[in-house]
Every structure is written in structure tokens, then in C-alpha cells.
Ligand binder design. Structure first.
Ligand code: GLA
Length: 697
């Protein structure tokens, strides 16, 4: 059966995923309306749904069914997905169907305005084998003389079926507290999730999930979405008083405009949607699978155990100090050594040097060559921290090119962390940025870049440019282009996305990076919550997680080394402590824990993740790959005299038997499922366990 079916008489398209279906149709006025997003349907059943659509209740109500990309004009009163102003002031749009094409699983529906030469294509694609619907829009101005002002151009609008109630799950946070999962009823109102910061942001992540208030971790219907964009963005949910819930989303925040020049075409990023009938857990697993199969560039590669110098040295890096850390890191089994901030220009603090990407001659009198060689001699790969979009005013770059930063005439240039943002929408600034990165990577055979971005946009202007708002989109595209080019020219290069921790994690950046620095907060207790939120959408293999010193630099909390490791082992493990201050005993234990991680790493990084909630504060993630099961369980605190109840496992077959690879004990699957596994937790707070089970029959 083809993945896209068309019913000519009803002018209806049905897209079929592995277990779900998505249907749209052309209304009498040629606008594209939503029909179905959920369980699998036949074409005939989809037609039935259309015939049952009830008319609007009164002359004051909006039309009864929902647009796939609402415009202004007609009885439409919700947030428009596409808002335009033609040169003569007309804003309303009236469509005429201009045809459709099906190319494998990619459906394009083309519309033309009835009067003005504006064309829009709605794109739909369900990548092979999954249920994720990728949607995006292209809009073209075919006028030969007049521009069209785009006031809003979203990727897609989505519609949940009619339910008695709606709840939203989304991610909020800040620096050091990213990816906090929130669940709340959707108000009968418009609710906006957004970033106006020029980057994805710590404060909201472009992901959401909607259910009727009853879905659980492993049951119930969930409709979820994720935007593949790393600049400013906006998703607007609209629950209207008659009980419908829709959401529209795309790049740019409100108020930004784009003047679409004669002949110009604009393509939006993908806004992906996923329906799951298996609760939030199944939705996350389907997203993880989608990222692996269709977003990440190297999904089958196992992420190395890395060491990063930031928490050990701050800006105080030099050749001897880094070599001392590298020697200790190698002794622990680290595979990739990353030197963080402070290696270049006059960068002794936050105040100076960003933009001057040459090794500091006092700290590295022989350049980076000897350090890179020593790291390799120790058997590790070599990585470097860079912040290509930024400049300190106290730098040679800024002194030479003060006009390369985002700025506005007659306005202050607001500094944050004593830095300004380079306008990478400018071809000259982007070309210069690519050139130094390319040189640096080539000269030292750099294996890994931690690409940081430590402040949001302010006074985001481009004096002298006729359409300055477009820098919000073109800057992000500039970053993408530089990354894409570097990766094409240096196929061995791997990139970590960082923006003061997890300020830039999304499906757009993950198409050109390999992992994310999840948060600058490395406190293991706080990390449990951060990782819980992160994992709703992103798989373990992209979740950078370091073990650092105790007491923790951010929270001053003391936790055992084993607990810190067990939390960080849930992702791509790294070490970020001052190893020169660790005792022999700590180094020995750390080496054992790194070895333990390497044993479970294929299952953690490439397996399927089930979130488990135990008794009290006990939470766990169970990773499954073939017959291998790995359980990481964390119990930050517990009351007197009360050991947590056994943890009930997911994804075990009741008739199978499972052997604990460390103790040799065996358990029937039915017992693990219903009675649970009693964990061997050390006494006191910050207790944790790592369990490896193998299905033996
Ligand atoms: C950001 C990153 C940190 C570190 C510093 C260096 O805050 O998130 O990990 O690299 O910058 O200045």
C-alpha cells in the first residue's frame, strides 16, 4: 500500500504511518482542512469523518473545521499561521488549489492566491517506518515587481481531536535548570510557548505534548510536536470555547517581518508531529527512534567518554595544566579530551578575547600542537571549546569590525557576559567565521568542537539592510551553513551543541551536531530532573552528562562518586572534575565506574528507554537492547526505616527468565513485572544502583 492515498472525489489525502494515520482535505473554498490525526484509518473511514463534520453553530462562530495553515480572511478568528500584507494593503488570502504531487512518502499540496501571485506549498512527509509526520511550508512571491510582507509564516498548524479536556506537557527552565517538565490544563485561551532570544533558549524548548488529562507514562493518547529550529520561535496553542484545541508554530517570534522580494521563496523549518496511543513513554521512544533514523548524522556511533576542563580550571588553562589533566583522564579510560574556554587571544576571564581565535602565546607558547600530540599519545581524541557567534568588545576582532555585531542605530549595544553577538546573517562575517574554524580544525586535526553560544540577541538590528528582521532567520541559517560545511570538509569532526548549557537543543541543531551539553548544572540530584525533561524528546546518546567534583560548584551539595556516576551514565558520559585533586582511591573507583559504563554503554546509547517511577524519590531508567537490560536507579533521599519498594520493570516478558550479570541471580519476568526487583541500595541519601540483566530464556 502506498504511504499517501488520494480520494479525488472528496479531495482528501491520507498519509499512513507505521501505526497511525493523518488526513487532510480541500474544502469548497480550496483551503486545506484538517480531517484526522491518530489511529490508523482506511481511506473510506477518513471520508466518513469528513461527512460527519458539523457546521458552525451560529453566525458568530468560526468555521467548523480547522485549517492546516490558517490565513487571515473568511470566518477565521484564531491565530493565523500565515499572515501576509500585499503591496496594496490587502491582508486576507483566498486560495485556489493548484495541484499536488506525491513523491514516495512526501506529499506537496500547492495553493495559489486567487488574485495575487502568491504561492504556498504545504509539505507532509512520514519518514519510513515511523509515525512522525514532518510538515513544513514554502511560500513564493511570483510577482515581478512588488514585494509581499510576511507578518507570520509558520511551518504547520496541528489539531487535536475533540476531547472533553486537554492538558499540555512542556519544558521550561533557565540557566542551570533547563528541561523542567511541566504538566498543566490548557486554558480556554491562547497560550504561547516562545523564544525571543535568537536561539532556542533555556526557558522553553520547542516541544510539547497534549493529552486529554488522563494519559500516563505507559498508557493513553498523546499528540506531540517538535520544531526543528535553533533561533527564535513561537508555538501558539488555541483552545476555543467550543472545545477545540489547535496549535500553530514556526520560526521567529511575534512582530518580526520578512519582505518577500519579487521572485523570492521562503522555506520554513520542519515542525514534526507524533501521535502515540501508548502514553508519554511510548511517545518519547518514538521520538528517540525518529531522531536516530532521520535526524542524527551518526546515530550508530557510540559516543566516547569525554573529559572537559571547564570545572577544573575555569579560564586558567595552559599547556602544562592541560597535560596533567589529560594524563589523569587517560588513566580513567577517557577517550576524548576537550579543552574548554581560555586557550585563545587575551581570554583570561569573561572580559576579553572572544573573537581572537589564536592560541594565547603565554599559555601555549608552542601553539596547540604539543598538547594535541600529547592527548593523542595518551590514546585520546582531541577537542576544543569555541564560541563562534560571539565577540568581546575588548578583542582585536571587534576593534577591526565593530559593524559585524547585531546593533541598532542610536541604541546601546547591551553586553551580556561582556560580549556581543556577531551577525552571521552577514556573508562577510560568516565567511570569516568559517575560515578560522576550518583552519583550526585542519591544522590540529580537531576531532570535536564544543560549539558554545553564551548570550541571547539584544538590539538585533542590521543598519543599512533593507529588511533587517530577516537576520533572526538568516543568522541561524548562517550557523547551520558553517556547521554543515565544516562537517562536509572534515568528515571525522564531531560537534557538541552548547549554549550556556542546554540553551540550544532542538531537532534543527541535532541534524548537524552529535550531542548536547545538557546543562551547566552538574549537580547529580538536580540532573535527575533535568535529564527526565530532556529525555522526553531527545535520546540518551545525545545527552552530555559529566561527573564533577563534590561539593558541586553550582549547588555546594556533597554526593558520593558512585551516585554522580550513576546519574551521568544515563547519557553520554563525561568527566569534568579537577582530577589533579582526586585521591588515589577516588581515581581507582572512577576508573572502575568508567569501565562499568563502557560495558553498559551500547544498551544505554542505542537501546530503548523506559522511565520508571519507584517508591518515594526513587526513579529509574531501564534501557533495553535485544536481550540486554540495563537499569540505572537513583534515590536522592529517603525517610528513616523505609527502604523503597521493589522496582517494577517494563519491557520484560512474563514467561522469560532474566539473569543479573553481576550477582548471577535469576528472576522470572513475571516477578520483575509484578512484584519488582529489590535494589541493592547503599544506606543513606544519594543512593543509586546499576543493574545489568540478560534474558536467558
Ligand atoms: C558556557 C558553557 C560551559 C563553559 C563556559 C565557558 O557556560 O556552558 O560549559 O564552556 O561557557 O565559558
Amino acid at each position: 500500500m502506498p504511504p499517501v492515498l488520494f480520494h479525488p472525489e472528496h479531495r482528501l489525502w491520507l498519509l499512513r504511518g507505521a501505526t497511525t494515520a493523518y488526513a487532510v482535505r480541500l474544502a469548497a473554498d480550496d483551503s486545506v482542512r484538517h480531517v484526522h490525526w491518530g489511529a490508523a484509518l482506511t481511506l473510506d473511514q477518513a471520508v466518513e469523518l469528513v461527512e460527519r463534520t458539523s457546521p458552525a453553530a451560529s453566525s458568530f462562530e468560526a468555521m467548523a473545521d480547522v485549517d492546516e495553515l490558517a490565513v487571515e480572511g473568511g470566518a477565521r478568528f484564531g491565530p493565523p499561521s500565515l499572515a501576509v500584507r500585499f503591496a496594496d494593503g490587502t491582508r486576507a488570502v483566498q486560495w485556489r488549489y493548484a495541484g499536488h504531487e506525491v513523491d514516495g512518502a512526501h506529499l506537496r499540496i500547492r495553493l495559489r492566491d486567487r488574485h495575487y501571485p502568491l504561492e504556498v506549498t504545504l509539505h507532509y512527509r512520514i519518514p519510513d517506518g515511523g509515525d512522525v509526520v514532518e510538515r513544513w511550508t514554502t511560500v513564493a512571491n511570483r510577482d515581478e515587481a512588488a514585494p509581499v510582507t510576511l507578518l507570520r509564516c509558520d511551518s504547520a498548524a496541528w489539531c487535536a481531536p475533540h476531547r472533553s479536556d486537554y492538558r499540555i506537557s512542556h519544558l521550561v527552565g533557565g540557566w542551570n535548570s533547563e528541561f523542567q517538565l511541566r504538566r498543566a490544563p490548557v486554558p480556554t485561551a491562547e497560550t504561547v510557548l516562545t523564544s525571543r532570544r535568537g536561539m532556542t533558549s533555556h526557558h522553553a524548548n520547542p516541544w510539547l505534548a497534549v493529552d486529554d488529562g488522563t494519559a500516563g507514562e505507559e498508557d493513553g493518547e498523546v499528540w506531540t510536536g517538535a520544531l526543528a529550529w535553533s533561533g527564535s520561535w513561537r508555538i501558539t496553542l488555541h483552545r476555543d470555547p467550543v472545545g477545540r484545541l489547535t496549535w500553530t508554530g514556526g520560526f521567529g517570534h511575534e512582530g518580526l517581518t520578512w519582505s518577500l522580494a519579487p521572485g523570492e521563496e521562503l522555506e520554513t523549518p520542519v515542525f514534526a508531529g507524533l501521535y502515540s496511543a501508548g502514553g508519554f513513554g511510548a511517545a518519547s521512544r518514538a521520538w528517540h527512534e525518529h531522531l536516530r533514523r532521520h535526524v542524527l548524522s551518526h546515530p550508530d556511533e557510540t559516543r566516547p567518554v569525554l573529559y572537559n576542563s571547564w570545572e577544573a580550571t575555569g579560564f586558567d588553562v595552559d599547556e602544562a595544566g592541560q597535560m596533567a589533566l589529560a594524563a589523569r583522564a587517560a588513566g580513567l579510560g577517557v577517550e576524548l579530551f576537550v579543552m574548554d574556554d581560555g586557550w585563545f587571544g587575551a581570554r583570561r576571564s569573561e572580559h576579553a578575547g572572544l573573537g581572537d581565535w589564536v592560541p594565547n602565546p603565554e599559555r601555549f607558547p608552542r601553539g596547540l600542537g604539543p598538547l594535541a600530540a600529547e592527548v593523542r599519545r595518551l590514546g585520546m581524541r582531541f577537542g576544543l571549546w569555541v564560541e563562534p557567534e560571539m565577540v568581546n568588545p575588548d578583542s582585536d576582532l571587534y576593534r577591526a569590525h565593530p559593524d559585524w555585531v547585531l546593533h541598532m542605530a542610536n541604541r546601546d549595544r547591551t553586553e551580556m557576559r561582556h560580549q556581543l553577538v556577531l551577525n552571521l546573517a552577514r556573508p562577510d562575517a560568516a565567511e570569516w567565521t568559517h575560515a578560522w574554524l576550518d583552519r583550526l580544525v585542519a591544522e590540529h586535526g580537531i576531532d570535536f568542537l564544543k560549539w558554545d553560544c553564551n548570550r541571547p540577541f539584544t538590539e538585533a538590528g542590521w543598519p543599512g539592510h533593507a529588511d533587517p528582521d530577516r537576520l533572526f532567520i538568516e543568522h541561524t541559517r548562517g550557523v547551520y551553513r558553517i556547521m554543515d560545511r565544516l562537517r562536509a570538509d572534515h568528515p571525522g569532526l564531531r560537534i557538541e551543541a552548547c549554549a550556556g548549557g542546554g540553551g540550544r537543543a532542538d531537532l534543527g541543531i541535532l541534524a548537524r551536531t552529535d550531542q548536547v551539553w545538557t546543562s551547566d548544572n552538574t549537580d547529580a540530584v538536580d540532573r535527575i530532573g533535568i535529564q527526565h525533561g530532556f529525555g522526553q524528546l531527545y535520546p540518551a546518546q545525545v545527552m552530555g552528562a559529566w561527573v564533577t567534583d563534590s561539593p558541586n560548584v553550582a549547588t555546594a551539595r556533597r554526593t558520593p562518586l558512585r551516585f554522580r556516576f550513576h546519574v551521568a551514565m544515563a547519557g553520554a558520559l563525561g568527566i569534568g572534575g579537577d582530577l589533579t585533586a582526586w585521591t588515589e582511591e577516588e581515581l581507582k573507583e572512577a576508573a572502575e565506574l568508567v569501565a562499568a559504563y563502557k560495558r553498559v554503554r551500547p544498551v544505554v546509547q542505542h537501546g530503548t528507554a523506559y522511565r520508571l517511577r519507584g517508591d518515594g524519590t526513587l526513579t529509574a531508567v531501564q534501557y533495553v537492547r535485544g536481550d540486554e537490560h540495563v537499569l540505572l536507579a537513583w534515590c536522592p533521599t529517603r525517610p528513616y526505616g523505609h527502604g523503597p519498594a521493589p522496582l517494577r520493570l517494563a519491557a520484560v516478558h512474563p514467561d522469560a527468565v532474566y539473569r543479573d550479570l553481576d550477582t548471577g541471580a535469576t528472576y522470572p519476568g513475571a516477578v520483575l513485572r509484578h512484584a519488582g526487583l529489590a535494589l541493592d541500595l547503599p544506606p543513606g541519601d544519594h543512593a543509586s544502583a546499576l543493574v545489568r540483566l540478560h534474558r536467558v530464556g
